[in-house]
Design a protein around this ligand. Structure first.
Ligand code: FAD
Length: 593
């Protein structure tokens, strides 16, 4: 069986010690309530819900899955009740505006809540997870009437939202989508088309489902500039706010998938369904990005959440499973064999997992703190600076969080040997479940292209330069400190390597149009590992300052040193691969494949 205990100690370290989040957040207008006590109480409550209610349903959810009959979807046993408990606890509106019933708490806190929920039950967590994007999009772009009608229900959790983008011929390239919206002459539109792969498109957990649908108006220009966003409810709200008549939208079928079987994925048919424009005509893609930017960070957290459960489960198994003897002589002479944790390979897998997980968690929190600063800071320049960091780190949090999430769940499955491959231990579920996170919300390649193609290019590299300046400030602060030399030296080298490689790539792409596409994935990994190295430097600084405490800080230093010695050197080969250019992969004639 997999095991999961919410990593509250590490979460508190990151929040309070590493980033001093409560002090910084409570200083922001509108965030005054986000005190350390409030944040700790929320984390404690969430941990309880995750460990006691959501986690016990994870394996049966996978085994039973969702079913569809006559267009109605049934979720696995216990899911409806567990979700009701989740909604009643106010979790759907943690960060939403108090004006519509939300709690107005920081995104910084929400990302840790989302991580715990994902670890406990990735499938269940996706239903309300997507609704967060709907809340955000309607809050930013909805009319006062739309906000009044829909936000309290979505925030209260009695209704949920979906994101209807993908069509069979339009996935990464949404400019190809064909769903039509024709004006009815009364301010509403008639939406017709078929969307595929729609998470939570139809199910039995809530009274009503609010679809945000991308479609084309009759006068729409070709491509992504001709897309608009429409709100299409499953049931039209009655005057008293309760669900009324059924709209012409229905699930045609559900997908049979590799993992996340308790999260329903639907083909949705819109047959002249009545909808209303959200935001401006032909600006739907920009509106959708309001939603997608939040969801991309959320999906990065999903990858991290699976890595955490895999690590915890493998660490527990490795201390228990007896096979072979330690190379240094029997560690447990009283037993027929030693626990496999004595073997360097098993330790290597666990240390790799931990060195990435802890850095990723810290990066996720830091990025979300920047989201809060970008939304709430009184000073425009501070908001811009924070927004730059969010823009730069979003593809990294998404793609590295999920890419390493897959790698770590696989590495931890291997620690179980054959038992990892067998269903009852639950490890193979983690490997299957996490895999989609590398694909949806824009594949990881699309994230990498966003980083190299768009984010690096903004205003002559302003975002990249801003982050490098921040790291250099940190390096300056610790200059001359021998106790941090194991960290500061490798960080300095890695940042220089990344900066040189970035410059090379920018130059090469002027010569070779395929250069960025060829380098994107490796470049993103190089960038992510360099960011993690910086995070480990900050972590080590705090750990040394507090080392008189319990073994927690000593462990931080051990894990950080492991990262510097065993993981960061990957950047040397990644740099070489990026610089190899595109010819190696483009030379072979298409017919020869
Ligand atoms: C379980 C599940 C849930 C989902 N939930 C939702 C949802 O709720 N709402 C929704 O709208 N969609 C959803 N999706 C769809 C998902 O977002 C898409 O599958 C994803 O964006 C990729 O699109 P595609 O499958 O058409 O692949 P394609 O776009 O056809 O891509 C195929 C391959 O080509 C690569 N590729 C494509 N374009 C480029 C390029 N320009 N440069 C380099 N490589 C490229 C991709 O990286 C990929 O490897 C879901 C999918 C699944 C499987």
């Amino acid at each position: 069986m997999t095991t999961y205990t919410a990593p509250l100690r590490d979460m508190r370290f990151v929040l309070h010690e590493l980033f001093d989040a409560p002090t910084k957040l409570t200083a922001l207008p509108g965030m005054e309530d986000a005190s350390a006590d409030v944040m700790d109480a929320v984390l404690d409550e969430c941990a309880k819900l995750c460990e006691e209610v959501l986690f016990p349903l994870n394996q049966t959810g996978d085994q039973v899955g969702c079913t569809i009959k006559d267009g109605a979807v049934t979720t696995p046993p216990g899911f409806k009740e567990a979700y009701a408990q989740y909604a009643a606890g106010g979790w759907c509106g943690l960060t939403a505006s108090p004006e519509f019933g939300g709690q107005g708490l920081p995104e910084t806190l929400d990302c840790l809540v989302a991580e715990m929920i994902g670890s406990a039950n990735l499938s269940l967590g996706l239903y309300p997870g997507l609704t967060q994007g709907t809340i955000l999009a309607l809050s930013a772009l909805g009319t006062p009437e739309q906000k009044k009608t829909y936000l309290p229900k979505l925030i209260g959790g009695t209704w949920q939202g979906t994101m209807c983008l993908t069509e069979s011929h339009a996935g990464s390239d949404l400019g190809l989508l064909r769903t039509k919206a024709v004006p009815n002459g009364d301010g509403s539109y008639s939406v017709t088309g078929t969307k595929i792969f729609i998470s939570a498109g139809e199910h039995d957990m809530v009274e009503n489902i609010v679809h945000l649908v991308l479609a084309r108006l009759p006068d729409a220009p070709e491509g992504s500039r001709g897309i608009s966003m429409f709100l299409v409810p499953k049931f039209f709200p009655k005057a008293d706010g309760s669900p009324g008549e059924r709209n012409a939208v229905a699930a045609g079928s559900i997908e049979h998938k590799m993992g996340m079987k308790a999260s329903v994925t639907c083909v949705m048919n819109f047959d002249g369904a009545k909808g209303w424009l959200v935001g401006e005509a032909h600006k739907g893609l920009a509106g959708m990005f309001v939603m997608m930017n939040k969801e991309r960070l959320f999906v990065g957290g999903q990858g991290l959440s699976q890595a955490e459960v895999a690590y915890q489960s493998a660490a527990a198994y490795a201390k228990d499973r007896l096979q072979g003897r330690a190379a240094t002589g029997p560690a447990r002479p009283d037993k027929p064999a030693d626990p496999i944790i004595v073997h360097p390979d098993i330790r290597n897998r666990l240390m790799f997992a931990r060195s990435i997980i802890e850095a990723e968690r810290a990066l996720t929190v830091w990025t979300h703190m920047n989201v809060d600063i970008a939304h709430h800071h009184a000073d425009k320049a501070a908001r811009q600076q924070a927004d730059d960091m969010v823009g730069l780190m979003t593809p990294i949090v998404k793609a590295a969080g999920t890419g390493f999430g897959s790698e770590i769940t696989n590495a931890c499955l291997q620690a179980f040997g054959g038992h990892g491959y067998i269903r009852e231990h639950g490890m193979e579920q983690l490997v299957r479940d996490v895999r989609i996170t590398e694909i949806y919300e824009g594949t990881n390649t699309i994230q990498a292209l966003d980083l190299v193609g768009r984010k690096l290019g903004i205003e002559g590299g302003r975002l990249f330069k801003g982050w490098v300046a921040r790291v250099n400030d940190d390096l300056k602060r610790v200059e001359g400190r021998n106790d941090l030399a194991d960290f500061s030296g490798p960080v300095k080298d890695a940042v220089k390597r990344l900066a040189d490689c970035t410059e090379w790539l920018n130059e090469e792409s002027k010569r070779d149009p395929n250069a960025k596409g060829a380098a994107a994935n490796e470049y993103l990994r190089l960038f992510a590992l360099t960011v993690f190295a910086w995070i480990w430097l900050l972590t080590a600084e705090k750990a040394i300052a507090n080392k008189s405490g319990d073994g927690f800080y000593a462990a931080k230093l051990d894990v950080g040193r492991y990262f510097m010695k065993r993981v960061l050197p990957q950047t040397l080969s990644l740099d070489a691969i990026v610089r190899s250019g595109s010819t190696a992969m483009m030379a072979l004639a298409e017919a020869a494949f």
